[in-house]
Design a protein around this ligand. Sequence first.
Ligand SMILES: O=C(O)CCC(=O)C(=O)O
Length: 307
Amino acid sequence: MSVEGALDDLREGSAAAVARAVAALESAARDGEAEASRHLATLAAAGVGLPQSWARSLVHLYAAARGGSPSARGQLKVLAAGGPPTHADEDNPAYWRGLSARVHIEDWLKPCEKRVLNAAPRVVAIAGFLPFEVCDWIIRRADGRLTPALVYATDGVATQASGSRSNSALELGITDCDVVVLLVRQRIAATIGVPAGALETSQVLHYAAGEQYARHFDYLDPALPDVAERGQRIVTFLVYLNHAFEGGETEFPRLGLKHRGGTGDALYFGNLGSDGAPDTQTLHAGLPPTSGEKWLFSQWIRNQARV
Ligand SMILES: O=C(O)CCC(=O)C(=O)O
């Protein structure tokens, strides 16, 4: 099976298809296919079809980079502490080994300094949550692959975009993820204090000037079977990926609060009250940029982890 065939199996997502995909990728990686190693790095980081292991993930990422995978090389350059050296010898495996040794997973999990903007519902800002290079990497992943963002009713059903959500988005499913994105997810999970399995599929949002995500709630109707199975959406976590725009604040009209972070800054808020019920005070909007374009990493978090 080709690497593309394995990706189709991963998208299909059944246990049998995922196992088939992993076997195919492992066989291709043994034959020296760098892109197969790159995907194995993602699967080991996510714990999909393989036991979750950052160490194994980095071994696969190194093999992929050594074998010439442009994505794996880019990921290692973004993740290596201190950035890549100015004089790179990319033909020398020792260069890629050196970069992978400088990826310090524990640094990603360190607690961040939080600034509470509103006590109840809790709205919190974090300065410098992600380095510029990581934000830039995520934007470059999404650029050119965006589709109109969907609107989610409180029944959880997604419908095609309407005037109320005119921006575009990319959903980072397992085949669109990479080790950089998975480390961002791990950092978010560690900051909120939930397992990574509680995070829904991450989204990259893009707003051209004039585009918006009108006032809405992120919590789901508690009566939904999906809430019983997967839990309620307790927290919304946003990371501002750029700052070259005017306007475009995240607005909480009922709290009298508008916020806009710089590149790499985060904002998160709880969607439920202290009684665990949906909190209508969390009504919020992504206001339209008046000039420039806004890029955002958006993460919805449940109170149950996927098994
Ligand atoms: O674009 C924004 O600032 C808000 C995004 C948002 O409302 C969401 O992701 O739920």
